[in-house]
Design a protein around this ligand. Structure first.
Ligand code: CO8
Length: 254
């Protein structure tokens, strides 16, 4: 299958899914999210033992959901948009093989959320990550309110989300958001090596271990987040926050 903004490449049983929208620092619009969903499904259908999720180029993993698309959405439209992103994040979380986010560059908002839906996050030294949605007058809408506290603990997650912190790689690793940080030159090799090691393990046992670990999490929080996120669309702060990003100025919140 061919997609305009997503590619799927195979190296034996390792599938690499790459988001490629350089003009928007790999931000996710509807077309790209739909392509991602199809690429992940194709990797699963091809029995990938490991899925690596990456962003094309050195500047960005995924700079978030596409703000230009999102800025004028109504609540029902935001609800559908939220569902689509949740479906992709859930597909990553429930992928039968191991998943690795290769975070080289910006991973903000929805980019951070896609990375958190993976089993592992390996970052380059220059990567920056955060659930930055608050500065747009919204909340994390693709699972961040549930997955961030699991990784970093509740108080730290609240600090990061309430303040919209943009963390450098070293800080993110110290807080538990990155599993590993590697120099910019070495990060691709390290991810290849780690993926090969994962792929060499017994696939059925790895899948069982992953599913057993996932049993700890219910879906109530994710469902609550979907409703809360959509409900913020149309508020003054959401309209102003996103308009200010597009106009490249500081927002004036109520
Ligand atoms: N959406 C759309 N376009 C973007 C985005 C984005 N998230 N990020 C960057 N771009 C575009 C810029 O507008 C710019 O386009 P143009 O050249 O046409 O003006 C181009 O990419 C390059 O960006 P910059 O010129 O800003 O590059 P810089 O290197 O100066 O800055 C940053 C890079 C720091 C990444 C900056 O672009 C930035 O802060 N981007 C926004 C990051 C952000 O806030 N992301 C979170 C978005 S909200 C979100 O993800 C919600 C997820 C949940 C959705 C749930 C839906 C229901």
């Amino acid at each position: 299958m061919e997609w305009e903004t997503v590619s799927l490449e195979w190296n034996d049983s390792i599938a690499t899914v790459t988001v490629d929208r350089p003009e928007a620092l790999n931000a996710l619009n509807v077309e790209t999210l739909e392509a991602l969903a199809e690429a992940i499904a194709a990797a699963e259908a091809g029995d990938a033992r490991v899925l690596v999720l990456a962003g094309a180029g050195d500047d960005a993993f995924i700079a978030g959901a596409d703000i230009k698309y999102m800025k004028d959405l109504s609540t029902p439209e935001a609800q559908a948009w939220g569902e689509l992103g949740h479906d992709v994040a859930d597909a990553l979380e429930q992928f039968p093989g191991a998943t690795v986010a290769a975070v080289d560059g910006y991973a903000f908002g929805g980019g951070c959320e896609m990375a958190m839906a993976c089993d592992f996050r390996i970052a380059s030294e220059s990567a920056l990550i955060g659930n930055t949605e608050i500065d747009l007058g919204i909340i994390p809408g693709w699972g961040g309110t549930q997955r961030l506290p699991r990784l970093v603990g509740e108080e730290t997650a609240k600090r990061m989300i309430f303040l919209g912190e943009r963390l450098d790689a070293e800080t993110a690793a110290a807080e538990g958001l990155f599993g590993e940080v590697v120099s910019d030159d070495e990060v691709d090799n390290r991810i290849e090596e780690f993926a090969a090691e994962l792929a060499s393990k017994p696939a059925v046992a790895l899948k069982a271990a992953k599913q057993a670990i996932e049993q700890r999490h219910g879906t109530g929080g994710l469902d609550y987040e979907k409703r809360a996120f959509a409900g913020l669309f149309g508020t003054h702060d959401q309209r102003e926050g996103m308009k200010a990003f597009v106009e490249d100025r500081t927002p004036e919140f109520e």
